[in-house]
Design a protein around this ligand. Structure first.
Ligand SMILES: Cc1cc2nc3c(=O)[nH]c(=O)nc-3n(C[C@H](O)[C@H](O)[C@H](O)COP(=O)(O)O)c2cc1C
Length: 217
């Protein structure tokens, strides 16, 4: 019919209930490597880490959750600092390895050949080489849960490999792509700026209410 525009059409979608692994619906999640422990004491570990969230831009705070059974949890309790490395998609194998084995059974740093240097700000803190980004932080508080702990920390230094990061646009994925975890041994990566990531809304405009409701945090 002329002059009429179809504005609504009912599409029947069949949903199937998932009764286990519900949290997997939140994936893919970015995955990082978490380095803990002290170079001075020769006790350093690395594990895969997806449960990370920014908390405060102003205070440069983030939180990450580590299960209590992980050896990294023991090290975080003893040494209140951490290093988070951003691996790229070619390092998915490495992520899988350190995310499925424990320091309790194997020294993953030696087994994987990851090179560590003392961080320039504190020689005890490991600085891993070969990653597109590295954040160094200090634990400021913890939130306890039944089987895990959220460690809240302030980022005290952050580094990016030269030529792979643009302060405005973020990772230059044509050079190195961050890796995302889908499920089990399935990983994926962002497709690039020409893909679906460009939205029609364009550049975000600062709304006045954003500063009205801003807290001192
Ligand atoms: C992709 C991926 C992401 C993971 N994310 C987390 C996480 O955020 N928190 C956590 O406690 N364990 C996570 N794990 C599991 C740990 O990396 C794993 O238990 C590891 O063996 C712990 O090593 P550790 O005992 O040497 O600390 C993840 C594993 C994989 C493969």
């Amino acid at each position: 019919m002329l002059g009429r525009r179809l504005i609504f059409s009912r599409v029947i979608v069949v949903y199937v209930k998932v009764s286990d692994r519900e949290l997997r619906l939140l994936r893919p999640l970015p995955v990082f490597l978490l380095f803990t422990g002290s170079l001075e004491d020769g006790n350093v570990d690395v594990m895969a880490l997806s449960w990370v969230t920014p908390i405060s831009k102003k205070k440069r705070e983030l939180g990450f959750v580590v299960e209590k059974g992980n050896y990294s949890w023991v090290l975080l309790r003893d040494y209140p600092w951490f290093t988070i490395a951003v691996p790229d998609s070619s390092q998915a194998d490495l992520v899988k390895y350190v995310g499925t084995r424990s320091r309790r059974e194997v020294d993953k740093i030696s087994a994987t050949g990851i090179k560590l240097e003392p961080w320039e700000g504190d020689e005890r803190i490991p600085f891993p080489l070969g990653f597109m980004g590295v954040l160094i932080g200090r634990v400021s508080r913890t939130v306890d849960f039944d089987s895990s702990t959220m460690f809240v920390g302030k980022v005290v230094a952050a580094y990016v490999e030269d030529g792979v990061y643009d302060g405005d646009k973020g990772w230059i994925v044509e050079r190195r792509k961050p890796v995302l975890h889908l499920s089990k041994h399935y990983f994926t990566y962002p497709c690039g700026r020409d893909g679906v990531v460009n939205t029609r809304w364009g550049i975000g405009v600062k709304k006045p209410w954003r500063s009205i409701y801003k807290t001192s945090d």
